[in-house]
Design a protein around this ligand. Structure first.
Ligand code: GTP
Ligand code: NA
Ligand code: MG
Length: 295
C-alpha cells in the first residue's frame, strides 16, 4: 500500500536464552504487571502470545510478546521463512553468565537481523555479576552503553519483579531507534500462525499474529493448508473480540484443520476461494514431498 496508509504498530518480541536463565519467569513477570485491560474476573489464558501496555515518554504504548518456548518457536518459524519477531530479548542469568544457548540464541537473532535487548536476570541472587555478563557479551558484538556500545542491557529480577518497567522501556527505545514499525490496518489481514491445536469441543484453534490489515469475525481465511471462516476470536484474556489490528495476537476458531507454527494466513474473498487456495497449497506440498523422496 501507500506509505500514507501506514500507521505505527507495536513491536513483536521473542524472549530467548539459555535453559533455566529465567525466560518463562520474565514473561510471567511482564505479563503480571502490564496486561492490557484485564477484565475483572477474566480468566487469563495461555495463548502463545500476549500484549501489554506501558507508558513511554508520556504515551501509552503496546508491546506484543510471543510466549512460546522462544528459541524453538523462533527457529521453527525462521526455517519456514516466517519472521514473526521484531526484537529479541536475550535473558542471561547474572549468577551463571553467558552459556552455549545464550550464544546460539544471539546468533539466531543476529542472523535474522533482529535487534537484541539483554535482560540480565537473577540480580537478586548471591554471586550475581551483571558487569561480567556485559563484559562477556562484548565478544559477540553486544556492547553495552557503559562499554561504549549501543546495546541496551537491563538488570532485572524476574522473581522479585524488579527492572521489568525498565526492560519494557528499553524495548521501546530500541524499537524507536532501530526499526520503523508501521502497518496498514485498512486492508484484508495477513499474518502468521504462532501455535495451534485441536480442541475437543471447539475444533482447530489457532493463535495467529496479525501483521498487516485487520482481521475480523466472519472473514474467510487460508492458513497454511487449513482454511475456514473466522467463527470467533479470543484475546489473551479469553475475551471474545470482533477484530484484531496489526501486531495483535488472537485465537481463531473456525478453521477446518490445524495449521503449523509459522504458517502464513491471509483473508480471501470467500469460502470457496479459501478452500481452493488451501487445496492448491496441499497439492503443491505433496508434490514437493514426493520430489524430496526422489519419486
Ligand atoms: P527453560 O524454559 O527450562 O529453558 O527455563 P527458563 O529460561 O524459562 O527459566 P525459568 O523461568 O523456568 O526459571 C528457571 C529457574 O530460575 C526457576 O526456578 C525460577 O524460579 C528461577 N528464576 C527465574 N528468574 C529468577 C530471578 O530473577 N531470581 C531468582 N533467584 N530465581 C529466578
Ligand atoms: Na526451566
Ligand atoms: Mg521456560
Amino acid at each position: 500500500g501507500d506509505d500514507a496508509d501506514l500507521v505505527p504498530r507495536p513491536p513483536v518480541v521473542t524472549v530467548m536464552g539459555h535453559v533455566d536463565h529465567g525466560k518463562t519467569k520474565t514473561l510471567d513477570a511482564i505479563r503480571n504487571t502490564n496486561v492490557v485491560a484485564r477484565e475483572a474476573g477474566g480468566i487469563t489464558q495461555h495463548i502463545g502470545a500476549y500484549q501489554v501496555a506501558t507508558t513511554h515518554e508520556g504515551e501509552e504504548r503496546k508491546i506484543t510478546f510471543i510466549d512460546t518456548p522462544g528459541h524453538e518457536a523462533f527457529t521453527a518459524m525462521r526455517a519456514r521463512g516466517a519472521q514473526a519477531t521484531d526484537i529479541a530479548v536475550l535473558v542471561v542469568a547474572a549468577d551463571d553468565g553467558v552459556k552455549p544457548q545464550t550464544i546460539e540464541a544471539l546468533n539466531h537473532a543476529q542472523a535474522a537481523n533482529v535487534p537484541i535487548v539483554v535482560a540480565v536476570n537473577k540480580v537478586d541472587k548471591e554471586g550475581a555479576d551483571p558487569t561480567k555478563v556485559r563484559a562477556q557479551l562484548t565478544e559477540y558484538g553486544l556492547v553495552a552503553e557503559e562499554f561504549g556500545g549501543s546495546t541496551m542491557f537491563v538488570d532485572i529480577s524476574a522473581k522479585q519483579g524488579l527492572g521489568i518497567d525498565s526492560l519494557l522501556e528499553a524495548i521501546l527505545l530500541t524499537a524507536d531507534a532501530e526499526l520503523d514499525l508501521r502497518a496498514n490496518p485498512d486492508m484484508d489481514a495477513q499474518g502468521l500462525a504462532i501455535e495451534a491445536h485441536l480442541d475437543k469441543g471447539r475444533g482447530p484453534v489457532a493463535t495467529v499474529l496479525v501483521q498487516r490489515g485487520t482481521l475480523r469475525v466472519g472473514d474467510s481465511i487460508v492458513c497454511g493448508e487449513a482454511y475456514g471462516r473466522v467463527r470467533a476470536m479470543l484475546d489473551d484474556n479469553g475475551d471474545t473480540v470482533e477484530e484484531a489490528d496489526p501486531s495483535r495476537p488472537v485465537r481463531v476458531l473456525g478453521l477446518t484443520a490445524v495449521p503449523r507454527a509459522g504458517d502464513n494466513f491471509l483473508v480471501v474473498t470467500d469460502d470457496r476461494m479459501a478452500r481452493q487456495i488451501a487445496q492448491e497449497r496441499a497439492a503443491r506440498q505433496r508434490i514437493a514431498e514426493m520430489a524430496k523422496a526422489g519419486r
